[in-house]
Design a protein around this ligand. Structure first.
Ligand SMILES: Cc1ncc(C[n+]2csc(CCOP(=O)(O)OP(=O)(O)O)c2C)c(N)n1
Ligand SMILES: [Mg+2]
Length: 353
């Protein structure tokens, strides 16, 4: 742990721990962070509500992760590559994914599942860690093309126990690929606590095995995440290779809406943590003491965000029902016989075309 101290810029009271970026963190920039965190939280609340009302399928909530997702996404440059997981739609939205299409994704429409047209954002990886070698490949391709674009891969603590994590980091370090491995350590892989998942004290220390820098950052501190990722991206663009960042976060909600966390976590403790550690609350306290906070400003942005989200929901609900053929048509460019057979069987069972 001593070798990987937790990097912080503001503490739980919103006060400075480290003033290195004080000048850059002016009112406009601080408000930009808050705006995006509020936007993705509002989106997330809508996602859970829609699932509970039976209007979308399973939804993956991310409260507690807002600082990590916004801080990292706002560190990227226009043409960088983002490789998110199922929990990182907050990061995708912040980087520029289309909100309307994000809701279509939850409704099973194919338009919502294809790579983003707006930005270099890959479809969310549901298989754990399989996208880490892909991110490494995209980063190496940018080196071949002679650009200074980089890639960022998002993944959880559980993902670091997968072979693909090792393969992605190993090859990236050998080729000095411009990629940032951005881990959100929320201490759980579904219901499995981290102590039962791994024997290492931190995730950052796993960087040693690949000869790359490992950075441990307070993931509830949006500023600390932002500058840790920015510094890693700068190293990547200079040809200095990958970095492993461990952002320590608390997942306030369920793993997905199909999970009941009261079976394996003390809900009272979570409620205490929400009050003490919420990344939005921390930023609000910081803004208050710097005189940047205004209720009127928050009400205005909140109202704009609600309008934007409600309009996306209307578009989602007026879109045609998802076509079951889409599940098969986008797996291979030429379908294998097993895929063709499954598609035919589902059609006979009354698949939806
Ligand atoms: C290759 C693979 N194995 C197992 C699963 C089932 N699974 C879904 S989420 C999950 C836990 C992942 O935990 P973590 O990496 O910590 O991410 P988090 O959900 O906490 O964001 C598992 C095992 C999967 N999706 N893919
Ligand atoms: Mg986890």
């Amino acid at each position: 742990m001593e070798n990987y101290p937790l990097y912080q810029i503001i503490d739980e009271n919103g006060e400075w721990v480290n003033k290195s970026y004080e000048k850059e963190l002016n009112e406009e920039k601080v408000k930009e962070f808050y705006y995006h965190m509020l936007r993705i939280r509002t989106y997330d609340q809508k996602g859970v509500a829609l699932q509970r009302q039976g209007r979308i399928g399973t939804y993956v909530p991310f409260p507690g992760h807002e600082g990590a997702q916004v801080g990292s996404a706002l560190a990227l440059s226009e043409n960088d590559w983002m490789f998110p997981t199922y929990r990182d739609h907050g990061a995708s939205l912040t980087f520029g994914a289309d909100l309307d299409r994000m809701f279509l994704h939850w409704n099973g429409r194919i338009e919502g599942c294809l790579p983003s047209r707006e930005k270099r954002i890959m479809p969310a990886s549901i298989p754990i860690a399989t996208h880490l070698p892909h991110a490494t490949g995209a980063a190496i391709a940018e080196v071949y093309k002679g650009t200074d674009n980089a890639a960022i891969a998002y993944f959880g603590d559980g993902a670091t126990s997968e072979g693909d994590f090792h393969e992605g980091l190993n090859i990236a370090s050998v080729f000095k690929a411009p990629v940032v491995f951005f881990n959100q350590n929320n201490g759980y892989a579904i219901s499995l606590p981290i102590e039962k998942q791994m024997n290492s004290e931190t995730i950052a220390q796993k960087a040693v095995a690949y000869g790359i820098p490992g950075v441990r950052v307070d993931g509830m501190d949006v500023f600390a995440v932002h500058y840790a990722v920015k510094e890693a991206l700068e190293r990547a663009r200079k040809g200095e290779g990958p970095t492993l960042i461990e952002a320590v976060v608390i997942r306030f909600g369920a793993h997905t809406t199909a999970d009941d966390p009261s079976k394996y976590r003390d809900q009272e403790e979570i409620n205490r943590q929400k009050e003490a550690k919420d990344p939005l609350l921390r930023l609000k306290k910081h803004m208050q003491f710097r005189g940047f906070w205004s209720e009127e400003w928050v009400e205005n942005i909140q109202s704009d965000i609600r309008t934007e989200i409600e309009s996306a929901v209307v578009k989602m609900e007026s879109a045609p029902t998802a076509n079951t053929d889409d599940m098969f048509d986008h797996v291979f460019s030429e379908p294998t016989w097993t895929i063709s057979r499954q598609k035919e069987q589902l059609g006979l069972m009354g698949g939806n075309r």
